[in-house]
Design a protein around this ligand. Structure first.
Ligand SMILES: Cc1cc2nc3c(=O)[nH]c(=O)nc-3n(C[C@H](O)[C@H](O)[C@H](O)COP(=O)(O)O)c2cc1C
Length: 198
């Protein structure tokens, strides 16, 4: 299947087959693929938490708004968290090659903290795009989910330096998922209205 066919096939799974396990090597590939995500000045301000443990997944599912059932059914939940304690992140930056460290320090010195945190958070969405695309390429279905209670995730995961922003459920969609592409075709604005060719 070529890349266009894969993107046409990918959709947001709303119901998973809870009994079909994901081969562990696919999960290991996904970890490495997320690690390789590009970011502005290669700043990599992230933590990807792979939750396969059913008890931990259920705890997180219970504070995930309308996504509870999906998370309980899906075999894997990946939580995307951004560096939130900038002093702790500075220790990571200090280990970067000097050119990148200097770039970051310059941006930090010239940007209000709130804006700096927004800029760091934006980098996480690139990883989400990579994760969604990688999942379908690995033959897996997925669900991007901003519908999570970030503070409660942070507490449950015992995070201090990072803040959960969103999550991605991964697994095999149920045969009777109403959102399957054959049942609910893709809905997008026309190419003419979103693409300009000069
Ligand atoms: C950043 C982001 C957050 C989303 N949050 C949720 C969510 O919490 N729950 C959910 O069921 N779908 C969520 N979605 C799925 C979108 O509704 C979906 O991608 C969009 O309607 C397009 O449909 P498609 O992915 O099936 O092509 C999210 C998607 C993105 C990109």
């Amino acid at each position: 299947m070529n890349i266009l066919e894969l993107i046409e096939k990918r959709y947001t799974a709303k119901k998973y087959n809870a009994d079909k396990p994901i081969p562990q090597e696919k999960i290991e590939d996904l970890k490495e693929i997320l690690r390789l995500t590009p970011s502005s000045i290669n700043v990599q301000p992230w933590k990807f938490t792979f939750v396969q443990n059913p008890e931990m997944k259920a705890k997180l599912a219970s504070v995930s708004m309308h996504n509870t059932e999906k998370i309980n059914q899906a075999q894997l939940l990946v939580v995307f968290s951004v560096a939130d304690d900038l002093d702790a992140f500075q220790n990571i930056v200090n280990e970067f090659p000097s050119a990148r460290r200097d770039w970051y320090n310059k941006i930090k010195a010239n940007t209000p903290e709130a804006d700096l945190k927004i800029w760091l958070s934006k980098q996480l969405y690139i990883a989400l795009g990579v994760g969604l695309t990688a999942s379908i390429a690995l033959g897996l279905d997925s669900t991007a989910m901003e519908g999570i209670e970030s503070d409660k995730y942070q507490e449950i995961l015992n995070m201090t330096a990072y803040k959960p922003l969103f999550a991605m459920a991964v697994g095999y969609a149920s045969e009777d998922d109403f959102n399957r592409i054959e049942v609910t075709p893709k809905s997008r604005r026309s190419q003419e209205s979103v693409i300009e060719s000069i």
